[in-house]
Design a protein around this ligand. Structure first.
Ligand code: SR1
Ligand code: MG
Length: 416
């Protein structure tokens, strides 16, 4: 086994040219390949490799956090988890993740399908583009992957083996545990926030109820090993065209709560909603705001309906076994159990959404929705509304009855 070495535009052709799974797809001599490094994420190197007959993406982990530099080491094994998560997501939600052509564990790289003309969903939403498929596609993706990775579907052995496999993704979980649930709520060294938010931030950090709820969410994240979650399902982890939706980047995958992916995704739609005011220079974003709130509602209803469908038709795991319910002609008992489970997911996902919004404004890893607003006063206004909204979700989640109710609050805060 050759020791890990980071790829570069200069060395990639030489290093991957001899691998049939890659060379056959790209075509032509490796020296003629057109290679570009395009990674703009927080962690990894990403190359686009174009040859005579095809184009592939090569993603390679670095032994440190790219966003911060080599002062923050991060194990290469995240590439192994990403590969294994992609394989499972492909089985559980076919056609929703890029095809994998090659994985080298020691070199921490995955060679995969080049998605074109897809762009990152976050970028599309910042531009004001409405994507007609995302609510349906991502609602289905979440229901299928989250249901089929759990004890509702897998055999006890398969589920436990998978949980053991992903249990070693400790360092990436640790990033989430600190950056999402803890750092935003105190003056942590890597935090930053927009000038002008100081009084709002001070209030949040003194908010006892909020800090208790944030730690309850952390407790759930760490302890509720229900299913294989994507683990970082924000709008930067989705690539889109008007007709297609693909989920990428599951390197944070581990066994966690069903509600985590759902909450993170909805939070990112709500943040897009609150950021629209800062992108209004070329015309009103009213239609975009309406669209985003409708995406939130539809994503949840598609998720809930598909999850319920799988519950009724594919419940082959050990939990809520049919022998207790349907096989005795008691379909109502099974529906009651489903209702309870979905209610729990609902309450939890609201909490996860609340803290995700906070950490993107107060913590280390901000998102472009707000960051691209050049006018700091306008940005602070958008962020302050989103922070208040996130606080409501986290603290009052048990009393929220519907998305219509929350979306009405979002609209009111946005106009405030
Ligand atoms: C140091 S990593 C910061 C963030 O980037 C990833 O995409 C995750 O969201 C993580 O929290
Ligand atoms: Mg990522």
């Amino acid at each position: 086994e050759i020791a890990f070495k980071a790829l570069s535009v200069e060395t990639l052709g030489r290093r991957l040219g001899g691998i049939a799974a890659v060379a056959d797809r790209v075509g032509g001599a490796a020296e003629t390949w057109n290679i570009r490094e395009v990674g703009d994420g927080n962690l990894n190197l990403v190359f686009i490799v174009e040859g005579e007959t095809g184009t592939v993406v090569v993603k390679q982990a670095l032994p440190y956090v790219r966003l911060v530099g080599d002062s923050w080491p991060l194990p290469l094994k995240r590439s192994f988890f990403e590969y294994n998560a992609l394989v499972r997501q492909q089985q559980r939600a076919p056609g929703m993740v890029p095809e994998i052509f090659y994985h080298d564990e020691a070199q921490a790289l995955v060679v995969m399908e080049f998605l074109s003309p897809h762009i990152i969903l976050r970028r599309a939403l910042i531009k004001g583009e409405q994507l007609p498929r995302i609510a349906e596609d991502l609602g289905l993706f979440m229901a299928r992957t989250l249901f089929r990775g759990s004890d509702l579907s897998l055999t006890p052995r398969a589920r436990k083996e998978d949980m053991a496999l992903f249990a070693d993704n400790v360092e990436l979980c640790d990033i989430t545990e600190n950056l999402v649930f803890t750092d935003p709520y105190f003056d942590a060294p890597m935090n930053r926030h927009t000038a002008g938010l100081d009084p709002v931030v001070a209030r949040l950090r003194a908010d006892r109820d909020l800090k208790v709820e944030a730690q309850k969410m952390k407790h759930l994240f760490a302890a509720k090993a229900e299913t294989l979650v994507h683990g970082d399902l924000h709008t930067g982890s989705v690539m889109v065209t008007q007709g297609d939706t693909q989920v990428i980047d599951p390197e944070f995958a581990f066994y966690g709560p069903i509600s985590f992916d759902v909450g993170m995704l909805l939070a990112n739609y709500w943040m897009s909603f609150f950021s629209q005011a800062g992108h209004e220079t070329e015309g009103s974003r009213d239609a975009m705001r309406k669209y985003l709130l409708s995406v939130v509602e539809k994503t949840w209803s598609v998720f809930r309906d598909e999850f319920s469908h799988l519950w009724r038709t594919e419940r082959t795991g050990m939990l809520y076994h049919r022998s207790l319910y349907e096989d005795q002609g008691d379909d109502l008992a099974s529906e009651q159990a489903l209702g309870h489970l979905l209610h729990e997911v609902w309450i939890e996902m609201l909490g996860f959404a609340g803290v995700e919004i906070h950490r993107r404004i107060l913590g280390l890893a901000h998102n472009a929705d707000f960051e691209d607003i050049a006018d700091e006063t306008a940005r602070a206004q958008c962020e302050a509304a989103a922070l208040a909204f996130g606080r409501h979700l986290a603290v009052n989640r048990r009393h929220i009855q519907s998305l219509a109710e929350i979306n009405a609050l979002a609209a009111a805060l946005n106009g405030a």
